[in-house]
Design a protein around this ligand. Sequence first.
Ligand code: RFL
Ligand code: PHB
Length: 396
Amino acid sequence: MARLQTQVGIIGAGPAGLMLSHLLHLHGIHSVVLEARSRQYCEERIRAGVLEQGSVDMLRNAGVAARLDKEGMRHEGIELGLNRQRHRIPLAELTNGKAVTVYGQHEVVKDLIARLLADGVDIRFECGTVSLHNIDSPQPFLRRSRDGSEDEIHCDYIAGCDGFHGISRPSLPQSALRTFERSYPFAWLGILAEAPPSRDELLYMHHERGFALYSMRSPSITRLYLQCKPDDDIAHWSDDRIWSELHTRLGCTDGWKPLEGHILQKGITGMRSHVTEPMQHGRVFLAGDAAHIVPPTGAKGMNLALADVYVLTEALSAFYKRNTSTQLDQYSAVCLRRVWKAQRFSWWMTSLLHRFDDATAFDQRRQLAELDYITSSRTAAASLAENYVGLPMELH
Ligand code: RFL
Ligand code: PHB
């Protein structure tokens, strides 16, 4: 059995774990990253696609935005659709020039892994089973075991960046945690299609058959989503059925509809909101999806993960450089202020745009009135824009 020593033991090589390890490295703080899956799996997992202005700035300041700056697509607006008509929300105009950048999460992951490996940071893919020990003591450690061999990684702190289904959150005493949850009576069917985007900006479409989203990944790849039943089986969605439904829901009165292309990938994702409080116990800090998840409608998940690890890095840096743990003690409270505002926004965007099977006629008229208000009032649109591009980083 090998016994390693590090300052911060990180579980998970998603955006949270990788960015944390990189930011710590820039601060001269040593970390080891343990990841259950292979490097290829992490680099090919298609998920989020929208980076807030603050996330782009963070990646730039951390020196990992060379490809993002070349290939990322800056969007200064989004479109909301209702009654088969599009209405532009001019994000930049409403937020003093802020915008979002469309750049796949797996590209962020690729860039970070390449940089960490080039810097000689210790990332262990396919690490086997991880367990957390002595988390209430000043000498916690991680144990990883695989094929009969075991290592112990002794550290000062543990960062649980292992996503919603990870091991970190369930390893904390459940009596010390409180969870807040909401599930939604629908899911998203997402496809990646080999077709050049035929719109410059994302289109969030309200439709009586259910919500649809037109997004993109590159000048040759479109990303599209359809609201579907939460227990829908992807086997029931042939390529023809998917395109027919996308044309019905996204088609506009001016004749615009998405361009078809070969479907490279398709899958169904459930939707829920979840927050665990506090995001810290003993020597363990939870970050990203390990602590909270949002429905994807507001495009906030990856951005929240990056915001958490920024706050955690500043706090760890204060501890190692100035020997103060005040910021570490405030980690959870600082993150949760942002998390809850993102929860509110994601819930609101979801409620605004989806079809709810149990909605009364009153609910339906109210939902249309709200969409009409957002798309016709500059004041209402400004609130959406401010949240969509991302609220300013709050550091206390
Ligand atoms: P991740 O990315 O889930 O990474 C966790 C990592 O931990 C590993 N792991 C373990 N490793 C060791 N031992 C264990 N026991 C482990 N258990 C798990 C996993 O293999 C994995 O590598 O969490 P992280 O880093 O917190 O990042 C969060 C984001 O991935 C997530 O919030 C976003 O993808 C959410 N999301 C979106 N977010 C946005 O900001 N903008 C978007 O446009 C957006 N669109 C989306 C989305 C998520 C979606 N899906 C599929 C859930 C669209 C979709 C469809
Ligand atoms: C995406 O491109 O995957 C995407 C864009 C916007 C969202 C969610 C997902 O709100």
